[in-house]
Write a protein that binds this ligand. Sequence first.
Ligand code: ADP
Ligand code: MG
Length: 509
Amino acid sequence: MDQTGVSTETPKSPWGSVAPAAPSCSLADVMSEQLARQLDEENNAFPTLTDPGADLLLSGEDPDTTSDLMLAQMLQMQYDREFDTQLRLEERKFNGDSKVSISFENYRMVHPYEDSDSSEDEVDWQDTRDDPYRAEKPQTTPRKGFTGKGKNITTKHDEVMCGRKNTARMDNFAPEVHVGDGLGMDLKLSNQVFNSLKRHCQSEQRRSARLHDKKEHSTAEQAVDPRTRLLMYKMVNAGVLDNINGCISTGKESVVFHADGGSLEEQPVPDEVVLKVFKTTLNEFKNRDRYIKDDYRFKERFSKLNPRKVIRLWAEKEMHNLSRMKKAEIPCPDVVLLKKHILVMSFIGTDHVPAPKLKDAMLGSDDMRSAYCQVLHMMQQLYQQCNLVHADLSEYNMLWHDSKVWLIDVSQSVEPTHPHGLEFLFRDCRNVSTFFQKRGVSEAMNVYDLFNAVTGLNITVCEEDEAAFIAQIVALEKRNEDHVQRRGKKTFPVATDDGGPPLKPDADD
Ligand code: ADP
Ligand code: MG
């Protein structure tokens, strides 16, 4: 204890209180029940569209029949399907044996892709192998090099034959190359014309592949790939949202949209909401996994999931963290619902204009001082009441609205007992301290005092030696890790009365 210089005199500090004596039954079991209950409570606090009752329209599972809206939608769906069956019969009757058939597809009530929500790998329904419009193969010259007899011999060099063959070969050009109605005429293309056409087509094909590649990339980057669009469309279709208006921000890890709220299971949704779409591109998730794979709350599940599902976990994590913050009455968005990797929450701002980030807000000195006090208080509440460290706290993730600071972007927040939790907190403190000092708030503490004020610890180093300070933080983290390891395989913290982590030495220390 002396080594770390941690004071035990601050009763408020979760790090400073004495761990209770070990109970006689297995601690791991007790904690796991608590954990289950706690996560369950947090989960029940929000309607998520992942449960069958709330799922939108087309899940095909046993639906909840208690909601009138859901019943109406189910009946409508039943009716639509019957209508489509009838339409198919009429289409068949209309076309009969005719070689040219007319499709009634556009009149269907249920669009083909609506049926395929849950399938992870959608079938490309346009994949038709037999093309009835394919031109006949060009006539080939037999091996002997000529056809016909006597005067009527034609060789493979015959100009007319070659020209016709070249015309027919245009059919092998890429489908996006329009060859007009040349194929249907008796058009003779010289070798020279054919070759230059072919070269042009090949270079066009390469160019369009490059463009296409870019387009695919950018849609993926904006996280509105077709699957995400479908989810968003379904939210509008089910009336949860009235309208999706546009994009507020595209960040490294998420895209945020503004939307008009509708209603969810007869509960009103806020008039203005945001949709935070977590990006499904996998490279970003790799950078972030240290926040989640060591978070004991998600550890078990993390190891079993595929990357797409891990991204859903981010959205879920943000939802749980926001709920803890709400309980502690920290100003933050209200969660409306969670659907896969899309989190819908209340909009901080007015009339489609999002509240400015603290970095951009033009605050007078009084407001700036008030903002500082609020942030300090919030950091303490977050740590002591919510048992959380923001882990990405800066002027970019705090909004100024109604003379209050609002905390956002908590998907990466972790508990203080996370193996790097205190280091993350130190980084947060540095951002906050630097920002307010630069903005001329004389009360703004330096990073070390702020860290101690938030945690209730009393880490002291001479002459503001950052390396020594961090070394003490790391030693605390290490001590906590060792403690957890000894206590059992499951790495959740041994909560003290105030929910803090077990940093006091045990009897067996
Ligand atoms: P990222 O992980 O991409 O930084 P954030 O949660 O920080 O995601 O959101 C990005 C931006 O979107 C924020 O800086 C803010 O301007 C805006 N934003 C996010 N949530 C809200 C909200 N609830 N209300 C208003 N604006 C929001
Ligand atoms: Mg952010």
